[in-house]
Ligand binder design. Structure first.
Ligand code: NAI
Length: 262
């Protein structure tokens, strides 16, 4: 799928720190930002993939290893991004994981893994950015939440809880940083064609006793705009939120679901 050709001239020559950008939605946001003239530091737990994704964007972009669950690792990666890019003006906290399991079978490990990557990871990534933005006096933050952060879904209790946390945190931070002129928003994708979706389709099919193709078709049938969501659908909105076009928006969690949730 292609990215929107809308141009945001104010983004040109800015620098971004983006987590979970080696694949999927994050990678698409990285490509979209680069197309606007933004230099991107892609930080991912898969350092090799982050480096090759950054190299594919062209000169100047960098790939870094990070585990967003780990405070020291996030601090180190963010500092390295500032050092290598010379600045960071945009923070995209996108790294996330999911799994599907009936609540009665959910383990403490499932719960902690989802909460630690999805909720703690956003907190630590945003905190590193906020500390930097407080010094530079400028900055914008976009977090990847989820439709599951607005509506609970069966077998996704642990994931839903972590994404509700992301939205609550986004609102609190938005109020706290607004006096500094720093905006904090979130995007809430529905069901996007990525590696995460491939895995979920398999789990959901197994749990419901239907094929993966039927799971996907069911979802398309429930989507008013009548097709599967792409990473670029999400990236376009994330990039808009980074831009001056969204200058009077903060604390928002924008649904990008083809109308599944209104
Ligand atoms: P993906 O699995 O393709 O990409 C996730 C990226 O995060 C990977 O590159 C992975 O290596 C990285 N990552 C995982 N754990 C990490 C950690 N501890 N530290 C640093 N990086 C880590 O998945 P996708 O679909 O692109 O997901 C991106 C975000 O979008 C996630 O926050 C996810 O919850 C959210 N989302 C995805 C939806 C979907 O249907 N695919 C729907 C709604 C939200």
């Amino acid at each position: 799928d292609t990215l929107s050709e809308q141009v945001h001239p104010d983004l040109n020559a800015k620098c971004a720190f983006l987590t979970g950008g080696a694949t999927g939605i994050g990678h698409s946001i990285a490509r979209g930002l680069a197309a606007q003239g933004v230099t991107v530091a892609i930080a991912d737990i898969n350092e090799e993939a982050a480096k090759s994704a950054a190299a594919a964007l062209g000169d100047g972009h960098v790939g870094l290893g990070v585990d967003v669950r780990d405070s020291a690792s996030v601090t180190r990666a963010f500092a390295r991004a500032v050092e290598m890019l010379g600045a960071v003006d945009i923070c995209i906290a996108n790294a996330g994981v999911s799994s599907m399991r009936p609540a009665v079978d959910l383990t403490v490990e499932d719960w902690d893994f989802n909460m630690n990557v999805n909720a703690r990871g956003v907190f630590l990534t945003n905190q590193a950015a906020a500390r930097h933005f407080r010094k530079t006096g400028t900055g914008v933050i976009v977090n990847t939440a989820s439709l599951a952060g607005k509506v609970g879904a069966p077998f996704l209790g642990h994931y839903s809880a972590s994404k509700f946390a992301v939205i609550g945190w986004t609102q609190a931070l938005a109020r706290e940083l607004a006096p500094l002129g720093i905006r904090v928003n979130a995007v809430c994708p529905g069901f996007v064609k990525t590696g995460m979706q491939d895995r979920e389709v398999e789990w959901e099919g197994a749990l419901r006793g239907i094929s993966g193709t039927e799971v996907v078709q069911d979802y398309i049938d429930q989507t008013p705009l009548g097709r599967l969501e792409t990473p670029e659908d999400v990236a376009n909105v994330a990039i808009f939120l980074c831009s001056e076009a969204a200058r009077f928006m903060t604390g928002q969690a924008i649904n990008v679901t083809g109308g599944v949730y209104m």
